[in-house]
Write a protein that binds this ligand. Sequence first.
Ligand code: ADP
Ligand code: S3P
Ligand code: MG
Length: 173
Amino acid sequence: MQQDSRNIVLIGMPGSGKSTVGVLLAKQTGLSFVDTDVLIQARTGRTLQEIVDQDGYLALRTIEEQVLLDLAVTRHVISTGGSAVYSEAGMAHLRASADVVFLDIPLALVRQRIGDYGSRGIARRPDQSLDDLFEERQSLYLKHADIVIRGEGLAQDALCLAVASAVRAHRRR
Ligand SMILES: Nc1ncnc2c1ncn2[C@@H]1O[C@H](COP(=O)(O)OP(=O)(O)O)[C@@H](O)[C@H]1O
Ligand SMILES: O=C(O)C1=C[C@@H](OP(=O)(O)O)[C@@H](O)[C@H](O)C1
Ligand SMILES: [Mg+2]
């Protein structure tokens, strides 16, 4: 695929800025924007929290995988949900057409940003603590990332610039 047709995919924990910074990044780079959480909601007619409450977290992960596999876009910033990395097939599909950026923030900042952990539609085992989830996911985010950006201490616009510049450098390699 031509470099300028490629997508930029954002992965990371809830609260890392995938959705808010994704929009800014699309504006800044002239790419289109899609948030896979919004696609899930549009497809099911339900909120993410409703899917988790009614059908369980594994159902959300299954729908998410299908949405990832069905994505066929170029020149997009794609903001994923925090649980996208559980889908090997979904991530392989995204990676074929994208540079994947892990927005890496520490657990304390996740906790501070996400507010009520129990009502944010997070795809986790009901008994799983945020500490445990963070630990489990860190290795998945690193495994699927082409680029890692440490987000702590960066305001949204600074984070956006850092991502754009890292992607440019990555593509020049
Ligand atoms: N770089 C940042 N600095 C400060 N607050 C941020 C930053 N990025 C996101 N936020 C805030 O954190 C919350 C979650 O951000 P969001 O973009 O929804 O993250 P995600 O999509 O990764 O879950 C929002 O309230 C947002 O305003
Ligand atoms: O981390 C998670 O398990 C989830 C994060 C949410 O997205 P954000 O990461 O954009 O908050 C959303 O996909 C869903 O509720 C599951
Ligand atoms: Mg989001």
